[in-house]
Design a protein around this ligand. Structure first.
Ligand SMILES: *Cc1c(COP(=O)(O)O)cnc(C)c1O
Length: 581
């Protein structure tokens, strides 16, 4: 096909190293494959981007928002397609319990403009979806929305409502792209809830003159499935009946319908199994995750995932003063990627400098906490001399938020030795009674102890602001997922970039580095692990008491992880994978 044909594909030249890559970006050589009309498209059911009016649920959404921000900075033509949920939920702590609050959100207040409407067929009706758009310099967010769209992750996974949301994003989002006049150069599917976008493309190709098998080959070559989940077995299934209501009516090509029908097994389908079929490019979100993710294709073969470790947008997550310090001292470049000699340049980071920078961060933390009382209704304010441990992540079982509380007497001793505070924050997933009761038990335990009551603080409604405030303002971050269950995690990246001491199990993206590059927690069983966690907390306190140790530990973390956490590095890895020589 030529340029007048619908789909034209130029491979990018191989990007050998960062310098050549930036030159390519600057001379707009990227436009050979990517152009404003033919962008990199990124599909996600969740976006966590409060600045743009969209609140997500956790890491998957934060990653999506950071990916777009990094693309914007690097000049990559990039379009992110996601639902705009007309309601968002917040949790408030009242009378010792957590309560969900639902607040409406108006996209107009966040710079989105109404474009037009598209429709999808759902359960015998035509559902109209508003297409809205927010444009940046070289990136944009396209959203589809309607008043009954509901909230993110409303309803059970596998429910009709979820399927409707996913179909609306896929078929509606694809129609929205066409409406706006964009053709995807590449489709990155951020988890399987976005499968229907690739299906919509396959259907379009197969009804617009391409032979069915050609259409499959073409779609596969231009689709990247990014997996964030470890076990396929845990995934919810949809039934054939559900597809008859929501999916098949949206397909025009009988061959695509037949292809999809054949993928059902005993009347059920897992979206991962068909996403694997429709995407030849597949990635996992850390080295460890790509290796251990256990997926099989329909033929029963183990699926290989290319490791592309998540990164963060340095400008968004690193304290501006720290970011300036990195750039002025030749540690990172203007895109936030480490300079080739950044390890040498780290010698400019001295303990007094670290303390000075953290003091700026502490003020930001105090400002963040001003209207966010702890479980006892207290407003917290910390001086530079106060010592803060934090645990900030979704309250889910495998992340073990309760782990440091298993031996309250020992925790108390550690905190007392430095008169330290422990700040705990993380949302309990609505309807997760097990974790909700774990949280209540933990708070009850803390309330029984006079010392812990004043030094352990739970802050409700964990969000980006709180994540940022704690990253810039605390001393030590605790990250103890059960090894093998964290896909990547990005909170710890915010901590390392902001010069906190990290205590972590060797899991997710942390395992991209060596076990000696941070305060590692390991053991043959949970008892050993717990003992090591407490030892590490003691060591972390001692580290902050001693200039030499503080310099050594923070530099060691940065030497290993600065390239890992760089969002620019992640974008380069994706482009290298998508456009090989
Ligand atoms: C960074 C961030 C996350 C990511 O959390 P992980 O547990 O590290 O994956 C989740 N939620 C919010 C609000 C964040 O800012």
């Amino acid at each position: 096909m030529n340029d007048d044909g619908q789909y034209f594909y130029h491979p990018l030249e191989n990007i050998e190293d960062v310098d050549i890559f930036y030159e390519a970006v600057e001379r707009e050589h990227l436009t050979r494959a990517l152009s404003p009309e033919r962008p990199y498209t990124y599909w996600t059911i969740e976006l966590y981007d409060q600045e743009n009016g969209i609140r997500g649920g956790g890491g998957l959404g934060v990653l999506a928002a950071d990916t777009r921000r990094v693309a914007e900075k690097m000049g990559v033509p990039f379009t992110l397609i996601t639902p705009f949920y007309p309601f968002e939920s917040h949790q408030v702590m009242r009378e010792g319990g957590l309560h969900d609050m639902h607040t409406p959100v108006d996209y107009r207040k966040f710079g989105f403009k109404f474009v037009d409407q598209v429709s999808v067929k759902c359960h015998g009706d035509l559902c109209l979806l508003d297409v809205i758009e927010k444009k940046f310099k070289n990136t944009r967010i396209i959203s589809i929305t309607e008043p009954n769209f509901g909230e993110l992750y409303s309803g059970m996974s596998g429910s009709d409502h979820r399927l409707y949301q996913e179909v609306a994003l896929g078929f509606g989002g694809y129609a929205a792209l066409k409406l706006i006049g964009l053709k995807p150069a590449i489709m990155q599917l951020n988890e399987v809830a976005t499968f229907f976008a690739a299906l919509a493309r396959l259907d379009e190709l197969a009804t617009n003159g391409m032979d069915f098998y050609e259409a499959v080959v073409y779609t596969r070559k231009h689709t990247l499935y990014t997996n964030h989940t470890l076990v396929q077995a845990a995934e919810a299934e949809f039934s054939y009946e559900q597809f008859e209501k929501y999916v098949f009516p949206n397909l025009k090509s009988p061959a695509v319908k037949k292809w999809l029908s054949d993928k059902f097994s005993h009347g059920h389908i897992k979206l991962s199994s068909v996403t694997i079929e429709i995407a030849e490019l597949r990635s996992g979100v850390s080295k460890l995750h790509a290796r251990v993710a256990n997926y099989r294709d329909i033929a029963g073969n183990k699926v290989k995932f290319k490791p592309v470790t998540n990164g963060i947008d340095i400008d968004k997550w690193i304290l501006p003063k720290i970011r300036e310090f990195y750039e002025e001292n030749g540690i990172i470049d203007r895109f936030g990627a480490p300079m080739p000699d950044f390890v040498d340049k780290l010698s400019s980071l001295t303990a007094p400098k670290i303390r000075e920078l953290k003091s700026v961060g502490r003020d930001i933390l105090n400002a963040t906490l001003k209207n966010r009382p702890d479980q006892n209704g207290r407003i917290l304010k910390f001086s530079d001399d106060d010592f803060i441990f934090d645990f900030k992540r979704r309250f889910v079982d495998y992340k073990r938020p309760e782990m440091p509380f298993r031996d309250p007497a020992r925790l108390r001793n550690i905190l007392e030795s430095r008169n330290a505070h422990y700040i705990l924050t993380g949302r309990v997933h609505t309807g997760d009674n097990v974790m909700y009761h774990k949280l209540l038990r933990l708070l009850h335990e803390v309330a029984q102890d006079e010392y812990l009551r004043d030094h352990v603080h739970y802050i409700a409604d964990y969000d980006e602001k709180l994540a940022y405030g704690l990253s810039v303002g605390s001393n030590v971050a605790i990250n103890v997922p059960i090894v093998g269950l964290e896909a990547c995690g990005t909170s710890w990246m915010k901590d390392i970039g902001n010069l906190n001491v990290l205590i972590s199990t060797h899991d997710g993206g942390v395992a991209d580095g060596s076990i000696n590059s941070y305060f590692n927690v390991s053991g043959l069983d949970e008892i050993e692990e717990l003992d090591m966690l407490y030892q590490r907390m003691e060591e972390a306190i001692a580290t902050w008491e001693n200039d030499f140790d503080l310099e050594f530990v923070t530099k060691r973390q940065l030497e290993t992880f600065l390239p890992v956490i760089s969002g620019a590095r992640m974008m380069k890895d994706y482009l290298d994978y998508l456009f090989p020589k």
